[in-house]
Design a protein around this ligand. Structure first.
Ligand code: HEC
Length: 238
């Protein structure tokens, strides 16, 4: 796990809204942005928060007008929702989240979780593997992802080790052997579905994205990812 600095934490909170931090736009060719940028700014006199705010909102390095795949603009992506506002305040305080705030975040997250009709079932682990591997989707800036080319992925390997046939990240815990270790009781399926749908219901102010609640994946795609975690035939459990 990495130690969060306030700025890194704010950036992480913003990035989790989008699932993927947008890449830098090529400002050199963006005449309007540079023309609109203020002439001289004394970075040394800014607080870290003010500097972060300036870089994102005013320096022209991020195209606020760019269209996004969900039909909004770059600027709309930067607006924090209730959970993100609370979590940014916690991050800026430099302290661990207290129990009362964690309960508040969980209470905001819980009602966002929508369950499949007919109950939580496992889908196709092979499709789930593709989705767990893929970081495609919702990226904007210089090379926006074209969603007509395929579904958005879950980017799970960016943060988790899952099957051992591929290297995963360590921002999140290892999920290797997930189904083998935990079994597939209805409670375990429900817990896992909820964590993938909106992890703040269990881990307030986590850096894990809200895959279901933010519309990154459908219920069927979550079922496929869950099969990848639980199916005894899945490489995760081999
Ligand atoms: C940006 C990093 C990130 C991404 C991407 C991510 N996770 Fe997580 N995940 C975490 C972190 C961090 C935790 C631990 C919760 C905490 O303490 O914040 C976690 C926790 C979990 C847990 C609970 C683990 C347990 O021990 O009960 C599951 C299950 C999980 N993630 C599955 C997934 C799946 C499936 C995907 C892809 C669809 C995914 N995660 C994508 C960061 C991430």
């Amino acid at each position: 796990m990495f130690k969060k600095t306030p700025i890194a934490a704010v950036v992480a909170a913003t990035a989790s809204l989008m699932l993927f931090a947008a890449g830098c736009t090529a400002t050199g060719s963006d005449k309007t942005a540079s023309a609109a940028a203020p002439a001289k700014v004394d970075y040394t006199k800014m607080t870290p928060q003010a500097l972060a705010e300036y870089i994102v909102m005013e320096s022209g390095s991020y195209d606020l007008a760019q269209p996004t795949q969900e039909g909004t603009t770059g600027k709309a992506r930067l607006a924090q929702d209730e959970i993100q506002k609370i979590c940014s305040a916690v991050a800026l305080s430099g302290k661990e989240i207290d129990a009362k705030t964690a309960d508040k975040v969980a209470a905001l997250a819980q009602p966002t979780i929508k369950y499949p009709e007919g109950g939580i079932k496992l889908g196709d682990w092979k499709k789930g593997r593709e989705l767990a591997w893929s970081g495609f989707g919702f990226r904007t800036a210089h090379n926006p992802d074209d969603h007509t080319r395929g579904p958005a992925g879950g980017n799970c390997y960016n943060c988790h080790q899952l099957a051992t046939d591929r290297t995963g990240g360590n921002l999140g815990p290892s999920l290797t052997g997930y189904g083998k270790i935990r079994g597939n009781s209805p409670e375990m399926l429900k817990y896992t579905y909820e964590v993938i749908y909106n992890p703040h219901a269990y881990f307030a102010c986590t850096s894990m994205p809200r895959i279901g609640a933010n519309g990154v994946m459908t219920q069927q795609q979550i079922a496929d990812i869950m099969a990848y975690l639980f199916d005894p035939e899945s490489p995760v459990n081999k």
